[in-house]
Design a protein around this ligand. Structure first.
Ligand SMILES: Cc1ncc(COP(=O)(O)O)c(C=O)c1O
Length: 283
């Protein structure tokens, strides 16, 4: 594709965030509702923007009015200062959550939320080891990327010490099966933790997982798995961190996917559905 104005391929001066190949053809001039519009007048149905976060579509009039109003009144603050929107959002968000999830910290991206959750878990437990699923996606910054196994590890040199992968309980491509050929997730979970215990230096801090693996292939955990995983974590003094960047705020039918299994995590991270494409750190 050529950038018509300059007759230079965009790849000449732009680095693509991820993936192989080039940028999509056409320059996007604007977006509205479920569509994006190219400079040359084509309307494209948009299934992609914000990487699965555009739950309200583009340019929703109420969002546009709120952003316009707020940016003219108060755009950002020193982190020790408070504004009314922050207080209101914290109250409304904690109102959707059970005990002990009654305190929030607002950041900007999903990776940043997972970084903060992992730092908190390390601080609280005084340990450093982290377990996550072998097909996970938690973000592309340091600790989040070290807990991510579905992409992005090759070529960056040594990963942080103390990160372990747990096999994914995938019913359609089962790793360990029972006599009927069905996934034996309990046995798989036991074996997974046997391996982790064997490799651990006795410093297991947290397990960070998605309750529905998203980038790993939209894999739902079998009923009972999350409760069994929580027990494995708590037996070892580890915290259970659930990354609901993609599943939180009613996307799976309930407010949060963890409700399906009646398991409340020690820390919950939210992102995409909270900001709906805008950074979720209010001023
Ligand atoms: C489950 C999950 N967690 C975290 C992230 C990282 O979010 P961000 O790209 O906002 O850093 C993603 C991104 O796709 C994700 O799918």
């Amino acid at each position: 594709m050529l950038d018509d104005a300059a007759h230079i391929a965009p790849e000449h001066h732009l680095v693509r965030y991820s993936g192989r190949g080039t940028f999509s053809p056409g320059i996007i001039a604007r977006a509205e509702g479920s569509s994006v519009f190219t400079e040359d007048g084509r309307e494209l149905l948009d299934f992609t923007s914000g990487q699965m976060s555009a739950i309200l579509g583009h340019a929703h009039p109420a969002i546009v009015a709120t952003v316009r109003e707020q940016v003219g009144r108060l755009d950002h603050l020193y982190s020790g200062m408070l504004s009314r929107p922050v207080l209101d959002l914290a109250r409304r968000l904690t109102g959707t959550l059970p005990e002990p999830l009654q305190k929030v910290m607002f950041l900007t991206t999903g990776a940043e939320a997972n970084e903060a959750a992992l730092r908190m878990a390390k601080l609280v437990t005084g340990r450093h080891e982290v377990v996550s699923f072998a097909r996970s996606w938690h973000g592309m910054t340091q600790a989040a990327a070290n807990a991510t196994y579905s992409a992005g590890r090759a070529g960056y040199g040594p990963a942080a010490p103390g990160n372990f992968a747990l096999p994914v309980p995938d019913r359609f491509r089962p790793g360990i099966v029972d006599a009927d050929g069905n996934l034996d997730w309990r046995r798989q979970l036991d074996l997974g933790f046997e391996l982790i215990d064997a490799q651990s230096v006795g410093s297991l801090a947290a397990c960070l997982i998605e309750p529905v693996l998203s980038s790993g292939g939209v894999i739902e955990l079998p009923l009972g798995y999350l409760a069994a995983l929580r027990d494995k974590c708590h037996e070892r003094g580890m915290l259970l961190i659930l990354d609901e960047a993609q599943t939180g705020l009613c996307r799976t039918g309930d407010w949060y996917a963890f409700e399906h299994d009646g398991v409340v995590p020690d820390i919950l991270t939210l992102s995409k559905t909270l900001g709906a494409g805008l950074p979720s750190r209010p001023c």
